[in-house]
Design a protein around this ligand. Structure first.
Ligand code: SF4
Ligand code: SF4
Length: 156
């Protein structure tokens, strides 16, 4: 798959990751918020929100969906759809809900929220793996071009 085909904003609405979540940006700590404060996760009427797809929801600025943690990463997972068998292991295990999947098809990675923990790579069962870690600065096209071949089992 070429990098042009890999849409890094898959299943995103307009405000996904629009603000930086970093220390020193006048953010209140969890213990500084006035008790009883209500921070609505969605703008407007949230009736039936559970039945809406992520990219159709009106996330408010208080929802972590609208913040990006991409700057926290030093390494990133790259997805190779040509090897993937859609087993959904990565989607189940990702601790940050950063695997984008729809109708049981793995589609890519939400790089606004992925923290580069490598769990998805660990649980990917294909040979070679369909997810591999690369430097944050690695070009995705170059990463895909350097994908390893299938490893043969050693004869005993
Ligand atoms: S590296 Fe970690 S946070 Fe990023 S997609 Fe994989 S499991 Fe999720
Ligand atoms: S764990 Fe690997 S094979 Fe399974 S869906 Fe994720 S990328 Fe595809």
């Amino acid at each position: 798959m070429s990098v042009e085909q890999q849409d890094l904003n898959l299943l995103a609405n307009d405000n996904r990751g629009e603000s930086q979540l970093e220390a020193g940006f006048d953010l209140l700590g969890w213990d500084e918020v006035t008790q009883g404060s209500v921070l609505p996760s969605f703008d407007g009427d949230a009736t039936g929100i559970a039945n809406k797809k992520a990219e159709e929801r009106a996330y408010s600025g208080y929802n972590s969906y609208t913040a990006t943690v991409a700057s926290w990463r030093v390494v990133k997972p790259v997805f190779n759809i040509d090897v993937c068998i859609d087993c959904q292991n990565c989607w189940v295990w990702c601790p940050d809900s950063s695997i984008l999947s729809r109708d049981k098809q793995m589609l890519g990675i939400d790089y606004d929220h992925c923290k580069g923990c490598e769990v998805c790579v660990e649980v990917c069962p294909t040979n070679p793996k369909s997810l591999l870690m690369f430097s944050e600065y690695e070009d995705i096209g170059d990463a895909l071009a350097s994908w390893p071949e299938k490893q043969k089992k050693e004869k005993k």
